[in-house]
Design a protein around this ligand. Sequence first.
Ligand code: ADP
Ligand code: MG
Length: 260
Amino acid sequence: MALAIELQEVQKSFPLESGTFVAVQEATFAVGEKEFVTLVGPSGCGKSTVLRMVAGLVEPTRGEVRVLGEPPAYCRSKRLFGFVAQDPVLLPWRNILGNVCLPLEVAGRLDKITVNKAKGLLSLVGLEGFEGARPRQLSGGMKQRAAIARALVLEPSILLLDEPFGALDEITRQKMNLELLRIWSQTEAAALLVTHSIAEAAFLSDRVIVMSNRPGRIKASIEIELPRPRTVDMLRTKEFFDYTNLITDALFRGEEGAVQ
Ligand code: ADP
Ligand code: MG
């Protein structure tokens, strides 16, 4: 399988007044084409930093990142990434369609065909009829749906999601996870998602990469062989429970103060 994302011995340090702080120790992993991979780890372990290095927003201190065989900066310039963050950051003065069309405008690709595609995406994410609404008229979940539509409007090859539903309540979050999988399955994109939720990681992914506490290292890579499409009923199966246990074990293995 061709590789969508490849990290080779990637390290990231940040300068401190009293020396340097190693945020990501040594990350080596890959994401295949059309694969859904989740990075899971405790707060502050370097998950967002890894994602930002993949997106070409942060340069690694050491090691190499390749996206579709190219440097991330190149892929950025070709607009091959769709990025969804925890906070949807929609422009308040633009309506929802205007927000979703923003990447098209910036890329100089706004025309009748692409606007129609944006409208199609809004209905795909369940926001049909809200094209003219302002962000403040939408709930948190709806805003995040709009952010997903915006991330998909340039048909990215790589979808990067940084705790996209972290600010939502548990029920909305589970619904959004189902929606995300439904939407993703209709694209050709590889997905790399960051979360600190073990259940979310197991539910969404083809593979879960477990990161250690500071400094962030890759502790385990766990294949999730649950069939797709994933359903809520799977959350109650022994297989699902076994996977969440595997992830939990990997997360706490060798950690000081681990719960026994
Ligand atoms: P996570 O997403 O897993 O919560 P982050 O990748 O955001 O973790 O951060 C990992 C560590 O690196 C944190 O301790 C954070 O304070 C530090 N860090 C992240 N970005 C910077 C930066 N630009 N300058 C200094 N330290 C940073
Ligand atoms: Mg983060």
